[in-house]
Every structure is written in C-alpha cells, then in structure tokens.
Design a protein around this ligand. Structure first.
Ligand code: NI
Length: 135
C-alpha cells in the first residue's frame, strides 16, 4: 500500500460544514476518505477527457427496439468496438424499450468515439457514461 501524506487545506467553514454533511449522508468513514474518493473521481474524469490512459466505465443506454434497424445497428457497433467492450447486459424494460449496460475498458478517446457513434444510432433515447480508474 502507498504511504499516506498529510497536507493542510484552507477552506471556508461553511463549505467544510456542507462537505462534512455530505460525507456523513454518504456513510463515509471520515473526511479523508471522502476527499480521496473525490480526487480519484476527478483524476478518472481527466483521464477520460485527455484520452491517453486506460479507464473503465459503464455506458447505459435506453432505446426503442421498434425503431427500424436499431437493434442491428447497436449489435454491429458493439462488434466494431469489441476491443474496448468487456461485456453487455440487456434488459427488456417494457413492450417498447430496451436498456443496455455496456462495460468498457480502454483509452478515453476510443471510448468517446464509441459513445458518439452510439448516440448517432436512431432509436436511442438516452445514454449515460460513468468512468472509473483503478488507482
Ligand atoms: Ni430488449
């Protein structure tokens, strides 16, 4: 395990109070753990933005499977990006809608391109990306 470094941070009292409230509501053990998580999340977002390091993420899409060729287009696209797709879970939401959760692993720029291509498929109603990095 990495050694720990202590550092001081100057912060407005009211902001710290709000932060401690959030830490408590989230059930985190202490302020340090909350700050460590925020830093990791920020770093993962930056890796995603700069596109040069491996990140993990989940892409969640909702789509109308009655839209012509939507299912075929999505399958074809996922085959094209097979190198960065770890697995996909499909849920038949109701008569019209399907939800897919696609776990991705790769460089941010490739995943970003995958997301752009995914959003361009007709029938997609929403898409969300969540990114994480192992650090
Ligand atoms: Ni379905």
């Amino acid at each position: 395990m990495d050694s720990l470094t202590r550092f001081g941070v100057a912060i407005p009292s009211s902001l710290l109070k709000e932060f401690d409230g959030m830490t408590q509501r989230r059930g985190l053990s202490n302020r340090s753990e909350a700050i460590r998580q925020l830093i990791r999340e920020s770093l993962a977002r930056e890796m995603w933005a700069t596109g040069t390091e491996t990140i993990f993420g989940t892409v969640t899409i909702m789509y109308d499977h009655h839209t012509k060729d939507a299912t075929e287009a999505l399958t074809s696209l996922q085959h094209d990006y097979g190198d960065v797709i770890v697995c996909t879970t499909h849920v038949h939401v109701d008569h019209m809608h399907c939800l897919e959760c696609i776990v991705v692993k790769g460089e941010g720029d490739v995943i970003r391109k995958f997301l752009d291509d995914l959003r361009a498929v007709r029938g997609i109603k929403s898409s969300d990306l969540s990114v994480s990095a192992a650090m």
